[in-house]
Design a protein around this ligand. Structure first.
Ligand code: XUL
Ligand code: CO
Length: 448
């Protein structure tokens, strides 16, 4: 069904998504595929609007640049905004398409890598010029639309010079180049009022330990992050830096393996005051964790910053980056997010791509609408579980023996090991207590 709620385009600007208007909330009964059933940006949930809770962002790389190429064949999507031969013109066309997409979806944010915005040139000076040109254009588009930058980052993994890593490269010449690139990406992020800055260590890891001095590489990575953080702070950047864990791919082993590994690293190198985590669903499952587990580990350290939303595939083990559609998985995630007080500084970035054979332009809308509604629905379910059900009470009761008496004394550090032995001797064999897992599962299912 057509949805033709118009949006304002600058005079003379090409409309790329013709036949698609502004996507509006129409409620669960709507049968319009170009409408939200659950995402009602102004709806209050636990004192905050859905828009504030979720802070959705469109990922520039997948949605505007990814034409569907894979190791077995080239791209399949002839995006009309990628046709210009001149790099600046192509970048501007792409940005027009990006802002049309984001505005029609009614989302508040976008995220980018430096060379998603504009093709990389053949020197640092040329790159700086190109980024400044497209940065000025972005600034105009942002002011006209009200769309903001959730985070920026630098692509330190595609160019052949980074094949042995960027900050962890064994060749200092490459490390300096990564530094130059991060400096420019930080300048651009700050110029555009970016709220956060991300480091995803694509090739910061190893292919073989035989040729790798891991201890030295980790120290270099920490030094590099300190330099980037110090520079950004000197430029007045107040936002948060995020590390995005991923266990493998493209490296065989990546140093930012999972949440626990990253938190240990940040603590060891004194970076936890400025850095938090950007947790990605499919990276969690590649690390053989659940998404909820990764969020909880980050939250325990006060470092749950942001989310890259997508999902993996149950039958294969690589980063398929599909759009989210598993309501149960996201409801369990929203429980962790709400209980830990929300994302710290970040939001929900759709680091997800339509399939190689999803070649229509409106597939980008179906993908985002589906993912957005899954998060909105999960937010409603999680809020209801926390505010209306016995969920919290049931979990608290499992720990009731620590609320008073000896259990409380143990928790507050007042007992010795000999006290535990004495109390055990006095009380005899503990009662068998059920974990009630099925009851918890049924309770959650009642609300999704
Ligand atoms: C790669 C990935 C990246 C980061 C940003 O798996 O998730 O797109 O999110 O560099
Ligand atoms: Co990501």
């Amino acid at each position: 069904m057509a949805n033709l709620n118009p949006i304002n385009l600058t005079t003379g600007q090409t409309e790329y998504f013709k036949g698609v208007g502004k996507i509006r909330f129409e409620g669960p009964e709507s049968d319009n595929p170009m409408a939200y059933r659950y995402y009602d940006e102004h709806k209050l949930v636990g004192g905050k609007t859905m828009r504030e809770h979720l802070k959705f962002a469109v990922a520039y790389w997948h949605s505007l640049c990814g034409t569907g190429g894979d190791p077995f064949g080239p791209g399949t999507k002839a995006f009309p905004w990628l046709q210009a031969g001149d790099p600046v013109q192509q970048a501007k066309d792409k940005m027009d398409a990006a802002f049309e997409l984001i505005t029609k979806l009614g989302l508040p944010y976008f995220c980018f890598h430096d060379f998603d915005l504009i093709a990389e040139g053949d020197s640092l000076a040329e790159n700086e010029k190109r980024l400044q040109t497209i940065g000025a254009y972005a600034k105009e588009k942002m002011a006209a639309s009200g769309v903001q930058l959730l985070w920026g980052t630098a692509n330190l993994f595609s160019h052949p010079r980074y094949m042995n890593g960027a900050a962890t490269n064994p060749d200092f010449a490459v490390v300096t180049h990564a530094g130059a690139q991060v400096k420019m990406a930080l300048d651009l992020t700050i110029e555009l009022g970016g709220e956060n800055y991300v480091f995803w260590g694509g090739r910061e890891g190893y292919q073989s330990l035989l040729n790798t001095d891991m201890k030295r590489e980790l120290a270099h990575m920490a030094r590099f992050l300190h330099l980037a953080k110090d520079y950004a702070r000197q430029q007045g950047f107040k936002g948060t830096f995020f590390i995005e864990p991923k266990p493998m791919e493209p490296s065989k082993h990546q140093y930012d393996f999972d949440s626990a590994t990253v938190i240990g690293f940040l603590r060891e190198y004194d970076l936890l005051d400025d850095f938090k985590l950007n947790v990605e669903v499919n990276h969690a499952t590649l690390a053989l964790h659940s998404f909820q587990h990764e969020l909880q580990v980050a939250a325990n350290a006060g470092a749950l910053g942001s989310i890259d939303a997508n999902r993996g595939d149950y039958q294969n083990g690589w980063d398929t980056d599909q759009f989210p559609n598993n309501i149960l998985e996201i409801t369990e995630a929203m429980l962790v997010i709400l209980e830990s007080g929300g994302l710290q500084g970040g939001g929900i970035n759709f680091d997800a791509k339509t399939r190689r054979n999803s070649t229509d332009l409106d597939d980008l809308f179906h993908a985002h609408i589906g993912g957005i509604d899954v998060f909105a629905r999960a937010l409603l379910a999680a809020d209801a579980i926390l505010s209306k059900s016995a969920y919290r009470q049931m979990r608290r009761e499992r720990y009731a023996s620590f609320d008073s008496g000896d259990g409380q004394a143990f928790e507050s550090g007042k007992l010795q090991l000999t006290d535990l032995a004495r109390i055990a001797g006095r009380n005899g064999e503990p009662e068998i207590r059920s974990g009630k897992q099925e009851l918890f599962e049924n309770l959650v299912n009642r609300y999704v």
